[in-house]
Ligand binder design. Sequence first.
Ligand SMILES: *Cc1c(COP(=O)(O)O)cnc(C)c1O
Length: 233
Amino acid sequence: MSSHIARHLDEVRQRIAKAAADASRNPSSVALLAVSKTFPVEDVRAAFNAGQRAFGENYVQEAVAKITELTESRREIEWHFIGPLQSNKTKIVAENFDWVHSVDRLKIAQRLSEQRPNHLAPLNVCLQVNVSGEASKSGVVPDEALTLAHAIAALPNLTLRGLMAIPEPAGTLDEQRAPHRRLRELMEALRADGLELDTLSMGMSADMEAAILEGATMVRIGTAIFGARDYSH
Ligand SMILES: *Cc1c(COP(=O)(O)O)cnc(C)c1O
């Protein structure tokens, strides 16, 4: 039933390898995050059995149910929270995930740091940046990213790893590249200002090639691995 997942994973790995080659980059410099939101735990297992180890989820309750079901593989799986995060959900996220990509306010970062259990390694976080202007509501505006990044980097139980963006859908490769380029240039500016960042989380099923050409180190791929999402239930 889920054999298509192994095949799709293979196709996505080949797309990543080709885009990396086109960008004269080592394919191993682009990590693949499999976005399993709305799909059942069996599909996560199928991807796991095909060698995938990093999974992204958007909805806290759904994610924790899967994390719990896959407890026997907890040490091998990296769980990434990539959805909008409200204050009342930070504790459960701090307790269950390895990464959070969607931090865009200091208050959320402070709560994650305070609520990160001491027996766990610091929580890896990315600052979500709004690189598409008014079209998107989530993410800090680029002008405020530097100040916020320094404040987050100072929190004890978080490790600020880099930046994340969800650009507006765009048609041509050049149009897709522009917002990804803005995110890369912003990360370069932050690094020049002393922040040690190594992660550019950008690129989804429709624009992973553009993101990789612009320096993505982690692409977040759902549809191309698991199929179209059904939100009806
Ligand atoms: C759903 C989602 C993805 C995956 O999108 P696809 O187009 O299905 O690959 C990536 N990133 C975020 C933040 C998402 O919410």
